[in-house]
Design a binder for this molecule. Structure first.
Ligand code: MF3
Ligand code: CO
Ligand code: CO
Length: 263
């Protein structure tokens, strides 16, 4: 395993990549309403990333992925493909996952949930999943092991009656979209993979939490991952930098309250 430690110059480029990814959400949020298609949301993001930011949407053509963002609705765990025929309706919950690659060649990767209209079960799942992300971010500092982050996520999810997806994980990030290490969201590290964090590491945490059981399957399009039992699922993701004293959330958005990190 080769976990890159970012230089001060690279950290500057990661900060810019993270800010850009956050800015795509800030542009997009008012457009996410009942009746809009996921294909329209994809075009909005694509055009903003290319024309306003001068960057590239990293998913486009990534191992053949056909669109610029991932849109994952209700029982879709991740990697949902935007589609002009797929319109949002009241009661839906949806994850949008955005990764920007800057002209400098660095990545900012983040995802968030959108709740369309009202859904009591959906709102609870989305809130608990965001709490899982925040409880793990709060632990990040040099010397902490990845398994401690995983246990914080798993215990909060399971205490609320939910399960943690095992088939997908977080990842190191930098000039590569997906770098070492793998960041699991449940306590399942193999010998040697449960590394201690060091200042200058950049990685994502992106828990996927299911109302039903943890198993997933990929549909015949080769991308769309769904819960095997078709239960509701949610995900939130941030790109993080390990600092001397703790953590910087590189993809923090203006709609978020991260004051729990002030310590
Ligand atoms: N952004 C996703 C992640 O969090 C990866 C999407 S890859 C794609 O790692 F090809 F599906 F876009
Ligand atoms: Co990611
Ligand atoms: Co992502």
């Amino acid at each position: 395993m080769n976990v890159p430690i970012k230089t001060p110059d690279e950290i500057g480029k990661m900060r810019e990549a993270g800010r850009q990814a956050a800015s795509v959400f800030e542009m997009l949020i008012p457009h996410v309403t009942a009746g809009v298609s996921t294909g329209e949301l994809d075009r909005l993001c694509h055009d903003y990333i290319v024309n306003e930011l001068g960057s590239t949407p990293a998913p486009l053509d990534y191992h053949g992925f056909p669109k610029s963002i991932c849109t994952s609705i209700n029982h879709v765990v991740c990697h949902g493909i935007p589609d002009d025929a797929k319109k949002l309706k009241k009661g839906d919950i949806m994850n949008i996952d955005i990764t920007v690659k800057t002209a400098d060649g660095y990545h900012g990767d983040s995802s968030m949930m959108f709740i369309i209209g009202e859904t009591i079960q959906g709102e609870r799942l989305c809130r608990v999943t965001q709490e899982c992300l925040y409880h793990s971010i709060e632990l990040v500092r040099p010397g902490v092991h990845l398994s401690e982050l995983a246990r914080a996520i798993q215990s909060h999810a399971e205490a609320n009656g939910y399960s943690v997806v095992r088939d997908f994980c977080g990842h190191g990030i930098g000039s590569g979209f997906h770098e070492d290490p793998q960041v699991l969201h449940y306590d399942g590290y193999a010998q040697g993979a449960d590394i201690a964090l060091q200042e200058g590491m950049c990685f994502t945490i992106e828990p996927m939490i299911n109302v039903g059981d943890h198993r997933t399957k990929v549909l015949r399009d080769g991308w769309t991952a769904v819960t095997k039992d078709r239960s509701l699922t949610a995900q939130w993701e941030h790109t993080l930098l390990v600092t001397a004293s703790g953590v910087e959330v590189l993809t923090a958005r203006s709609d978020e309250d991260l004051s729990f990190l002030d310590r």
